[in-house]
Design a protein around this ligand. Structure first.
Ligand SMILES: Nc1ncnc2c1ncn2[C@@H]1O[C@H](COP(=O)(O)OP(=O)(O)OP(=O)(O)O)[C@@H](O)[C@H]1O
Ligand SMILES: [Mg+2]
Length: 325
């Protein structure tokens, strides 16, 4: 289902703009992440789309249906929007079995014909067949989150909203569930909006990322777009690592990605930077080397471990300096 949002905004207590007037379109079947620091308005935007919060103004359309319009004074209640939602804290009913937790939404909507089939279908999708009689306390965190995902898809919504669903899980499990989650969303053809403040998560999962800061969507694009063509220094710093360059001699100002720096010259035009190794971290496939210059600290990725305190010269092709408007 496609989504159209125009000038959507929300303030709390009549002062702070939790969401500044924002407009965007999402294609049917797209996996979108909202990425930004704590308090930037990610959850607010999700809640406005879900109908859990009333906007101050704007327009929201799901497919051909207008679900909110301040101009027309129209607001479709949350329960009529047919959205699946998954939260960070799972929000399962502790006194209900896995089966009943998943069936709950179907019963509430009176979609009870073939109830068993629907619940077993959802359980199979999240690979929890056989767990239906357990209680949430008898499940691991990852299994609980799968149940809440099953609960979100069992009503066959076209749009699914996920608010940091994996952040309570450990890193290994998170990696595994990311892949599973995206493949289920794609298999079912769902449109998904996924909130996270983890840039690697958003890069690995999304068709497009909306980078947010202070209640505004600063830039949206494919992960590659945002990484290679950031339009704001905030985006450049939030997506991947970057070094700031201000070179008066060559009249260069911009941003340099750590992987563009080398310890060997490739061309006579290469820019050179001499500094001192201040810290080295082993990343498995390379070393993250922090180099201290007179007035700044840069990050570079190198294939070997230099000694802390050593002099080091880094080379850079002038074309690898990204300018930021
Ligand atoms: N019910 C509320 N009443 C008053 N202010 C609120 C309310 N909900 C959110 N806010 C404020 O709106 C701003 C955006 O909050 P929001 O929850 O959308 O941020 P977020 O991006 O989801 O952050 P996090 O990553 O910490 O979850 C914050 O400044 C927050 O304090
Ligand atoms: Mg939030």
């Amino acid at each position: 289902m496609k989504l159209l949002v125009k000038d959507l905004c929300k303030s709390y207590d009549g002062r702070l703009l939790a969401l500044k007037p924002s407009s965007f379109a999402i294609h049917s079947g797209e996996f979108i992440s909202l990425l930004g620091p704590s308090g930037c308005g990610k959850t607010t935007l999700l809640r406005l789309l879900a109908g859990l919060e009333t906007p101050d103004g704007g327009f929201i359309q799901f497919g051909d249906q207008v679900v909110y319009s301040s101009e027309a004074a129209h607001e479709l209640p949350a329960e009529k929007r047919n959205i699946g939602m998954v939260f960070q804290d799972f929000a399962l009913w502790p006194h209900m079995t896995v089966f009943e937790n998943i069936a709950f939404g179907l019963r509430a909507r009176r979609q009870t014909t073939h109830l068993n089939d629907q619940v077993y279908w959802a359980l199979e999708k999240v690979r929890l067949s056989g767990f239906e009689t357990r209680y949430p306390r008898q499940l691991s965190g990852g299994q609980q989150q799968r149940v809440s995902f099953a609960r979100a898809i069992v009503t066959k919504p076209q749009l699914i909203l996920l608010d940091e669903p994996l952040s309570a899980l450990d890193a290994m499990l998170r990696d595994e569930l990311r892949v599973e989650l995206v493949s289920i969303v794609k298999e079912l053809g769902l449109t998904a909006i996924y909130v996270t403040h983890d840039q690697s998560e958003s890069m690995s999962m999304s068709d497009r990322i909306f980078v947010m800061n202070a209640g505004a969507i600063l830039q949206s694009g494919a992960p590659e777009d945002l990484y290679n063509r950031p339009q704001h220094s905030f985006v450049a710093h939030f997506i991947g690592k970057s070094n700031e360059l201000e070179d008066d001699q060559h009249q260069l100002k911009g941003m340099v990605r750590p992987e563009k720096l080398r310890t060997q010259p490739h061309h006579p035009d290469d820019l050179t930077f001499s500094g001192i190794v201040s810290h080295v971290a082993f990343l498995g496939d390379r070393y993250e080397v922090f180099v201290r210059f007179k007035d700044r600290l840069w990050t570079s990725y190198l294939p070997f471990r230099p000694a802390v305190g050593d002099d080091i010269t880094l080379y850079l092709a002038p074309g690898d300096v990204q300018s930021i408007p």
